[in-house]
Design a protein around this ligand. Structure first.
Ligand code: NAD
Ligand code: TYD
Length: 354
């Protein structure tokens, strides 16, 4: 049994689906179901006894303690977070509460549970913290990619709150000996990605005939990793990562935003051309830049490759094609997210089934 937090979000739900497709070890999934949590992502598991969903907050130490006592997991994987940079600029408080205070309460509950485990289970236990490359700040055009030793220089309330949580996780290892692992990953993309983030927003806006907003000059660079590759990296770190270590995870796919926009447009031109024959690029609009917008992120993922033998399976070309195709094949998913109907999904689903 493992306990994961934030498993109804984009990466967490992909992780749960992949995990249960590959092994029979049950998952307790603790998720608060904020706007970003969507149980519809886990619809295929609704009758699967290996998946136990619990709606709740990682900051609720009593709830976490009771789940740990009841299910006795061998590992806790912390995906739960407020994750959207633009939202953190408009309203940072939820980011401080969940990413910092919430992680602190989760760590406290886990520390108490772990401290009382019998010797062998105590040795085998793991706390894996899922973090981001954004904690390292912004790179110049010719700077070397982020290694695990890069100084923390977070620039947004989101990245600052994730940086703080990483430091707490590190401190619980050094101070209390909690067996922790941390992963810092670059930008993910793939199925179930909430359409407020760049790639899904481009796809749904393009299909709806809406503007494709490009912040500033569109020359900001991100490293992009297909979400299933992030999931395989996390499984590998959980299995074989050295205690207390940090592993950077990336796709070796640095792209300027405008390149991403052109790629998505070209794929849509091929797979779902506009009825009027006009190219989707005609919908691109340059808009006001994000305040404090980080210019470039790049991940040096050599450590996880040399120590743990992990590397991504998808290239950007293969991953983005799968992603665009997934959104074309699942129009209802994005529609329900945009209309807010996904929040009613469980009720509707079970009423329909009754
Ligand atoms: P997401 O916003 O799609 O999902 C977050 C999930 O956490 C949601 O299901 C939400 O309901 C849940 N949640 C939020 N606050 C909670 C709380 N207090 N208690 C319990 N559950 C709560 O995020 P994501 O993109 O899936 O990211 C998952 C993790 O991976 C985050 O920690 C994020 O920082 C990290 N990460 C994301 C990316 C990326 O590109 N998306 C890249 C690197 C790292
Ligand atoms: P986003 O998907 O929000 O991820 P992050 O900010 O965590 O990297 O944005 C990816 C990049 O795309 C980022 O440089 C901001 C930019 N962007 C746009 O140009 N237009 C948009 O509408 C959005 C949402 C993002």
């Amino acid at each position: 049994m493992i306990l994961i937090t934030g498993g109804a979000g984009f990466i967490g739900s992909n992780f749960v689906l992949d995990w249960l497709a590959q092994c029979d070890e049950s998952v307790v999934n603790l998720d608060k179901l904020t706007y970003a949590g969507n149980q519809e992502n886990l619809a295929s598991l609704s009758a699967d006894p290996r998946h136990i969903f619990v709606q709740g907050d990682i900051g609720d130490a009593a709830l976490v303690a009771s789940l740990l006592a009841q299910h006795q997991p061998r590992a806790v994987l912390n995906f739960a977070a407020e994750s959207h940079v633009d939202r953190s600029i408009h309203g940072p408080e939820d980011f401080i509460q969940t990413n910092i205070v919430g992680t602190f309460h989760l760590l406290e509950a886990v520390r108490a549970y772990w401290g009382n485990l019998p010797a062998q289970q105590k040795t085998e236990f793991r706390f894996l913290h899922v973090s981001t490359d954004e904690v390292y700040g912004s790179l110049g055009p010719s700077d070397a990619a982020f290694t695990e030793d890069h100084r923390y220089q977070p620039n947004s309330p989101y990245s600052a709150s994730k940086a703080a949580s990483d430091h707490l996780v590190r401190a619980y290892h050094h101070t209390y000996g909690l067996p922790v692992l941390t992963t810092n990953c670059s930008n993910n993309y793939g199925p179930y990605h909430f359409p407020e983030k760049l790639i899904p927003l481009l796809i749904v806006n393009a299909l709806a005939g809406k503007a494709l907003p490009v912040y500033g000059d569109g020359q900001q660079v991100r490293d992009w990793l297909y979400v299933k590759d992030h999931c395989s990296a996390i499984r590998r770190v959980l299995q074989a990562g050295r205690l207390g270590e940090v592993y950077n995870v990336g796709g070796w796919n640095e792209k300027a935003n405008i390149e991403i926009v052109h790629t998505v447009c070209a794929l849509l031109d091929e797979l779902r051309p506009r009825a009027d024959g006009v190219a989707y690029q005609s919908q691109i609009r340059y808009v006001t830049d994000r305040p404090g917008h980080d210019r470039r992120y790049a991940i040096d993922a050599r450590k996880i490759q040399s120590e743990l033998g992990w590397k991504p399976a998808e290239t950007f070309d293969s991953g983005i094609r799968k992603t665009v195709q997934w959104y074309l094949d699942n129009p209802g998913w994005a529609e329900r997210v945009q209309s807010g109907a996904y929040r009613e999904w469980v009720k509707t689903q079970y009423q329909a089934a009754a």
